[in-house]
Ligand binder design. Structure first.
Ligand code: FEO
Ligand code: CA
Ligand code: CA
Ligand code: CA
Length: 626
């Protein structure tokens, strides 16, 4: 299966010469050098002591996890282990022979974003995690052979979100089974809809004529949390699950439905709502941020339409000084955008119930990065600027369902695939722009100040600081780092890292001490090859936001990506996810040879690679990373 994000943004883009001209004019006006565009100028070293205290690990191509001296790792919660539902704890079958019903009681495949919600300080809590997608060639004993309704149901049950209870004893963590908190949310779990697009005609289907009850969530990639204790899961490459109609209309094309292409997993063959020709509004019901109350297993997840529709990656929430919620979000697809939502109302004390509609009212904006190091938030508000009925937006609901088209009209900046966002202790907001290997090629946008490299195979981390309290109209920005390998032949692939080389940043997390953790996702088709040959397997690095220093902390097993990071409040246990070990570097895995590329973590002669959560601690119990 190919999960490369699609590129559906053909709208015109300023040519490089215009950007350089604008930048030169601005530089002359302000009498300053082109600091913002200065990708040759990494951050100056700070005088303060480094936040990072471990000895870096070398690059590796081994089928194992490496961490610095003095650190320990432990694998918990692999795909297929029971989540701990009372009365339903099926053991994993090493031949992948579990049924669809069993899978619905087990952890899903392809672990992604996760968060630790404390139950008792730093010794017990809920781990809530996404399961982004599945590899059908490893999900079943015989792969895709004899594709049928049961296989579709198992595939759907392996998607979504898991809630597990975890507890520490003597430095080791275990999943508590059974647990009254344990829960699976899958591609068929009923969800409510909140915000301006709830009940909108574009969300209505034959099975749901009111457009207010949607079955399931899938392709849940990055995640976030709210200050009131809920989990935000982000629906990313949802479009690939839909079979395109023979002649997609302009809206469908803008969201990636292409005539003649096939849905990735063939769900439509046994679940017809995934046939977009027969159910044209069904794709409009995905691409949302979904809010889940992890402490109430009976609660209904809610799709928050006020946050806009996108191939969502990440939802980082901060609180303004006057108590409103601000959510930063990226859309991971080539030439798509960065978004910010500011709530209308203030956060109330009283947890999830007291804030049940907080994310339903507010203003969504999209970012424009100007060449002078300044930027603006452009509001996606119906009736303002070009977002009118005459331009195809009947109301605010339509603006949100068609957020891409609205952002095109507003002139937002087309980015190099925004993945996660994070906010550091000084209020800088970071976004990983993972790569855009076709930028600057025929039919694609030219490099610009924020996305400065043609054929950007390595990616960069951009950051900005708001003029206001995360709610202003403007900001200043710069590049925290351009990723790359200093040994690369092509100058554009070398980057300007102050420290250890890496490529394709994706996961981001700022821990309690202020360390910026960066996780990489070089695709398995480039890992170990070409410009990425010197970078080894995917890795996690620690960066000091003040000095810009980057140090490699962990390298993952063969074919995996590293994604999702969280920790206990005391900073002494870190949890991350290892996704898709053993992903085939070519087209597909061979169900007859499940251990061909990786057998992590179990290394059993009869086993197969499994995504899993990794627990990382210092052997002496000290704060991780220090
Ligand atoms: Fe699912 Fe954009 O990574
Ligand atoms: Ca990701
Ligand atoms: Ca990625
Ligand atoms: Ca991946």
């Amino acid at each position: 299966m190919n999960t490369e994000p699609e590129d559906s943004n053909p709208s015109p883009h300023p040519h490089l010469a215009e950007v350089i001209d604008a930048s030169r004019r601005s530089a002359l006006r302000h009498g300053v050098a082109l600091a913002a565009a200065g990708w040759a100028a990494p951050l100056a070293a700070a005088a303060t002591p480094s936040l990072i205290g471990f000895k870096p690990v070398p690059v590796s191509r081994a089928d194992t996890v490496s961490v610095p001296e003095g650190y320990t790792t432990q694998v918990i919660a692999p795909w297929g282990d029971p989540v701990g539902l009372a009365g339903a704890m099926p053991a994993f079958r090493w031949d992948a022979g579990n049924s669809a019903d069993e899978q619905a009681a087990q952890l899903g495949m392809h672990h992604d974003g996760l968060h630790f919600f404390s139950l008792d300080g730093s010794r017990s809590g809920l781990l809530v995690m996404n399961h982004e997608y599945v590899d059908p060639d490893l999900l079943f004993p015989d792969g895709r052979a004899g594709w049928n309704a049961e296989k579709v149901r198992k595939s759907q049950a392996a998607h979504g979100v898991s809630v597990i209870e975890v507890r520490e004893q003597g430095g080791r963590w275990d999943v508590v089974r059974p647990s009254r908190h344990a829960r699976r949310i899958t591609a068929s779990t009923p969800m409510a809809v909140g915000g301006p697009a709830a009940g909108h005609p574009l969300l209505r289907t034959a099975a749901d004529p009111k457009g207010e009850r949607i079955l399931g969530t899938f392709n849940n990639c990055a995640s976030g949390i709210t200050p009131w204790g809920t989990y935000l899961t982000c629906e990313e490459n949802f479009i690939g699950y839909f079979q395109p109609p023979p002649e997609p209309d302009a809206h469908q094309r803008r969201w990636g439905l292409r005539a003649g292409e096939q849905a990735w997993l063939g769900w439509h063959l046994h679940d017809e709502r995934f046939d977009a020709g027969r159910h044209p509004n069904e794709p409009n019901r995905f691409g949302w941020v979904v809010e889940i109350d992890p402490f109430d297993p009976a609660s209904t997840p809610v799709k928050r339409t006020a946050l806009g529709r996108a191939a969502h990656e990440g939802a980082t929430t901060v609180r303004t000084r006057d108590g409103r919620a601000v959510v930063y979000m990226g859309e991971d697809a080539a030439n798509e955008y960065l978004y910010r939502f500011v709530s209308r109302d203030k956060i109330q004390p009283g947890g999830a119930r007291a804030n049940a509609t907080l994310l339903d009212h507010g203003t969504l904006s999209v970012a424009r990065f100007d060449a002078d190091g300044r930027g603006r938030w452009l509001p996606l508000v119906h009736g303002q600027g070009p977002l009118t009925a005459a331009n195809g937006f009947a109301d605010q609901g339509e603006v949100l369902v068609k957020a891409r088209q609205a952002s095109d009209l507003l002139g937002a900046t087309k980015m190099d695939r925004p993945e996660w966002t994070a906010v550091d202790h000084d209020g800088w907001v970071y976004s990983t722009l993972t790569n855009h290997s076709r930028r600057g090629t025929e039919g694609q946008p030219a490099p610009d100040a924020a996305n400065p490299r043609a054929r950007n195979t390595m990616g960069q981390i951009i950051r900005w600081k708001e003029d206001g309290d995360h709610d202003g109209e403007a900001f200043r920005w710069n590049h925290f780092v351009l990723a790359g390998d200093p040994a690369a032949e092509r100058p554009e692939a070398r980057g300007n890292i102050r420290g250890d080389a890496f490529g394709c940043p994706d996961g981001l997390w700022v821990d309690g001490r202020g360390v910026l953790w960066v996780q990489t996702d070089m695709s398995s088709s480039v890992m170990g090859r070409g410009e990425h040959a010197g970078l080894g397997n995917n890795a996690m690095l620690a960066a000091d936001p003040a000095s810009g220093e980057v140090r490699r902390f962990l390298v993952g097993p063969v074919g995996c990506e590293i994604t999702g990071a969280t920790g206990t409040p005391d900073g002494r246990t870190m949890f991350i996810n290892i996704q898709h070990p053993g992903e085939a570097p070519g087209e597909r895995n061979d169900p007859a040879q499940p251990r061909r590329f990786s057998n992590w973590p179990d290394q059993r002669p009869d086993g197969r690679p499994r995504s899993a959560t990794l627990v990382i601690r210092r052997a002496d119990g000290g704060p991780v990373g220090s």
